[in-house]
Structure formats: structure tokens, C-alpha cells
Design a protein around this ligand. Structure first.
Ligand code: TYM
Length: 344
């Protein structure tokens, strides 16, 4: 943390949302409920909304080029199929807008080694083989800060696992403003919350639902058909108790907490309300309700995704148009940053 005394208040900045998702394949229900569904909700609030397929983040781990290109389009299709409206939001590929990588370099020179070494996601992803991880994987949170700050974004909706990266983004903005004696970058607000801030594995309620879990039964993928969804929920781990009528009764019951949270998030309800309805039921009665709700929400999305993927030129054009708009916002911010630091 820098010793800046006066962070730039968000007040002077336009209310602007930025968020991104990696096109590393296998979008899960966690990505949808923790992030994409909330992106869609925020475009109807009083915000300018900018959403990004962060392909440069994906290559911090080697990707097959053909599959990466396919995954980027599929992710863009899933955004739109989930309700993201390209006339309301800007949607684009990160690599199509040069300011991300350029500002990312500047932030590599602002962020401190000690800050990066504390990032738990790097430790998790690099595992025991950290010496063999790419430098990009280590520096990744500085690029993420650049994604956000290249737009002077004030609000960033993400799942709970990105919290530490957003704290780092704030530290980078504070240090930059302090070191150059400016009030230039906003101190971004993370927008994390709701019942699905952390969707857990269906096989182990203490582990995050993740595309990298070796067991496909641990997650619901956005491309799963109805039979698969039903089967995975049927096999989801539970405990031997019935469902409580109040949230307190979920304490210490990770799997029950997770399934009830998913049900609540899918139906835009609070956990309290859901428990009023299902309290006293056994899992054998609750699981079919969850299956029905999951299929009702997810089937139209996967159908629409498949339809959008039929017209790749249209999808590419939409992303290119988005990149032009994104560039118009980020380029002047990059130029001003260069001006502040004394280059160009
Ligand atoms: P990524 O691609 O891993 O995940 C995309 C979004 O999905 C959320 N998420 C979850 N939410 C709830 N429960 C889960 N089990 C779950 N799994 C994933 C993530 O929190 C995230 O919001 N570094 C980011 C991408 C990024 C970014 C940015 C985000 C790059 N630049 C700038 C915001 C702003 C990432 O790897 O997310």
C-alpha cells in the first residue's frame, strides 16, 4: 500500500462499469451467476457499461490458437445470449484495444514485487511449479488494473475470487496518483455480493466451482444440455438433514448453503425468501425444484448461444464495433497517462 494521503474521490468521475471474463473455455454457472448476469443487470442502471473478453489474460497459460479464437467468440455469444445488449454496453476483445497492454506496462512499473507476491490466485494457479509459471501469470493483476483504469471505471462487478485483485487495482491507482502528484485515476469500487458471489463445487461445498476442476460433475457448464444439468444436480453432494427455514440453519452446511444460494440467485430471490418456501423439505424434494429452475434459466441461453455462433461474421463485426468505441475512451486516458509520466 502506498502512503498516499488523499485518494481521488469517485465523485469527480463518470459512473462507469468495467469487467472482463477470460475466454479460456468452459464457462460455468459460477461465471454466469457471479459475473455475467450482474453485468446484464448493471447495464439497466445509471452506468455506462463496458465488458471485455480478456484474451490477453487467457494466454498467461498456453492456449491453442484456434481454440482460443473459438472460445473468444463463444464467450461474446454467451454475454449476448445472457442479455447483454450491444446498443447499451460496449463489448470487445481486449487485444483489439492497445491501451490495455500499454497501460499494463506502466502499471508493471508502479506495482511492487511484494504486492504481487501476496496474490493468492497466482499461488493457487502456479501451484508447486511456480518457477515454471509464465511471467505474465505473475504480472497479470497489473494488466487487470490497466483494463479497469484505462476507462477510469468506477465500479467493477466480479465474483468474490477477484476481490484481492481489485484491492491491488486500488493500490496501483493510489500509488500512481501519489507518485505523480495527480488526482488522475479513480479508486475503483468492487461490486461483489448477492447469493452467488461465490458459487461452490457441486461435489465439495468448500471448493469454488471452477472450469479447471478435473471433475465435470463439480460444475454446470453454460453449454450443458437439460439432461446433463439434471444429472449433475441429482448427483450433487448434500448432507442428511432437511432444509432449514432460516439462513442460520445453513451455517456449517457448505453444500446445503451452496444449492440454496444457486436456487436463490437463479430466481433473483434472497436466501431468506427461498428458505421460507423450502424450509422443512428434504433434498429429494428440493433438488427437482432446483433442476427445473436451472433448466428454465440456462436452456434459452445455451440455445441462443448456439444460434449466435452460426453467424461468426456478425459476431466479429459486433466485437470490432465495440473495440472502436472502447478505443475512443481509453486512448485519451492512455495519452494523458503518458503525458503525466513524461513519455511521448
Ligand atoms: P475469470 O475469467 O476467472 O472469471 C470471470 C468472472 O466470473 C467470476 N467467477 C465466479 N463467481 C462466483 N462463483 C464462482 N465459482 C466463480 N468463478 C468465476 C469471477 O469472479 C469473475 O468475475 N481476472 C479476471 C478477469 C479480468 C477482469 C478484468 C475482471 C481481467 N481483467 C478487469 C474485472 C475487471 C478472471 O480471471 O476472471
Amino acid at each position: 500500500m502506498s502512503k498516499a494521503s488523499k485518494p481521488a474521490p469517485i465523485g469527480k468521475f463518470k459512473k462507469r462499469v468495467f469487467s472482463g471474463v477470460q475466454p479460456s473455455g468452459g464457462l460455468t454457472l459460477g461465471n454466469y451467476l457471479g459475473a455475467i448476469k450482474r453485468f446484464v443487470q448493471m447495464q439497466d442502471d445509471d452506468f455506462e457499461t463496458i465488458y471485455c473478453v480478456v484474451d490477453l489474460h487467457a494466454i498467461t497459460v498456453w492456449q491453442n490458437p484456434k481454440i482460443l479464437r473459438q472460445n473468444s467468440r463463444e464467450l461474446a455469444a454467451s454475454f449476448i445470449a445472457s442479455g447483454l445488449d450491444p446498443t447499451k454496453s460496449i463489448l470487445f476483445n481486449q487485444s483489439a484495444v492497445p491501451a490495455h497492454a500499454q497501460l499494463g506496462w506502466v502499471f508493471n512499473c508502479v506495482a511492487r514485487m511484494g504486492w504481487m507476491q501476496r496474490m493468492t490466485q497466482f499461488k493457487d494457479k502456479a501451484g508447486k511449479n511456480a518457477q515454471n509459471a509464465s511471467l505474465g501469470l505473475f504480472g497479470y493483476p497489473a494488466l487487470m488494473a490497466a483494463d479497469i483504469l484505462a476507462y477510469h471505471a468506477t465500479h467493477v462487478p466480479v465474483g468474490d475470487d477477484q476481490k484481492q485483485h481489485l484491492e491491488l487495482t486500488r493500490d496501483i491507482a493510489i500509488k500512481f496518483n501519489h507518485d505523480y502528484e495527480v488526482d488522475f485515476f479513480p479508486i475503483t469500487e468492487p461490486v461483489i455480493g448477492g447469493p452467488a458471489a461465490r458459487v461452490m463445487s457441486l461435489r465439495d461445498g468448500t471448493k469454488k466451482m471452477s472450469k479447471s476442476d478435473p471433475s465435470d460433475l463439480s460444475r454446470i457448464n453454460m453449454t450443458d444440455n437439460s439432461d446433463l444439468i439434471a444429472n449433475k444436480i441429482k448427483k450433487a453432494k448434500t448432507d442428511q438433514h432437511g432444509l432449514p427455514s432460516e439462513p442460520k440453519g445453513l451455517e456449517g452446511r457448505a453444500e446445503a448453503q451452496n444449492l440454496v444460494s444457486i436456487y436463490a440467485a437463479l430466481g433473483n430471490e434472497s436466501i431468506e425468501n427461498v428458505l421460507k418456501e423450502i424450509g422443512g423439505k428434504q433434498f429429494s424434494e428440493f433438488k427437482p425444484m432446483l433442476v427445473e429452475r436451472a433448466i428454465e434459466v440456462l436452456s434459452p441461453i445455451s440455445r441462443e448461444m448456439a444460434r449466435l455462433m452460426q453467424d461468426i461474421p456478425q459476431l466479429d463485426k459486433l466485437l470490432d464495433d465495440g473495440a472502436l468505441k472502447a478505443n475512443l475512451i481509453s486512448e485519451p486516458i492512455l495519452q494523458k497517462t503518458f503525458d503525466i509520466i513524461g513519455v511521448r
